[in-house]
Design a protein. Structure first.
Length: 106
C-alpha cells in the first residue's frame, strides 16, 4: 500500500470526524494512534505535482500523483470522481469489489 504526507493528513481528518467517532472508539485507539499504526504498513511517497485531472475534487489529484510515484498498477477507491476515470496513465482505478475479483482471479 502507498500513500503521501498529504493523504495521511486527510486520513487523520477523516478519522477525526463525528460520523466515524464510534468506529474509531471501538478500536480503543485515537485517530493519531491509528495513523501511526497505518504508517507502519504503507510506503510513503513524495509525489510530483501533476496537471489538474479531477476538476470536481482537486484533492483527488494527490491520489493519482501518489499512484504514479508508487508505480502502482491499481488505485482501489470508493470515490466516484476517481472511479469515473477508470484509468489514469495506465493505472486502473477500481472499486474494492473489483479489486477482490482481480486478486481472486490471479
Amino acid at each position: 500500500m502507498h500513500t503521501s504526507a498529504k493523504l495521511l493528513a486527510e486520513l487523520v481528518d477523516v478519522l477525526s470526524r463525528d460520523k466515524l467517532a464510534s468506529a474509531v472508539a471501538a478500536t480503543g485507539e485515537n485517530p493519531e494512534t491509528l495513523l501511526r499504526r497505518y504508517v507502519n504498513l504503507v510506503q510513503v511517497h513524495v509525489p510530483l505535482a501533476i496537471p489538474a485531472v479531477v476538476l470536481s475534487d482537486p484533492d483527488d489529484d494527490e491520489v493519482l500523483a501518489c499512484a504514479i510515484a508508487a508505480n502502482a498498477q491499481f488505485i482501489v477507491s470508493g470515490d466516484r470522481d476517481l472511479l469515473s476515470l477508470k484509468t489514469y496513465r495506465g493505472i486502473s482505478i477500481v472499486s474494492a469489489a473489483e479489486a477482490i475479483r482481480i486478486i481472486t482471479a490471479a
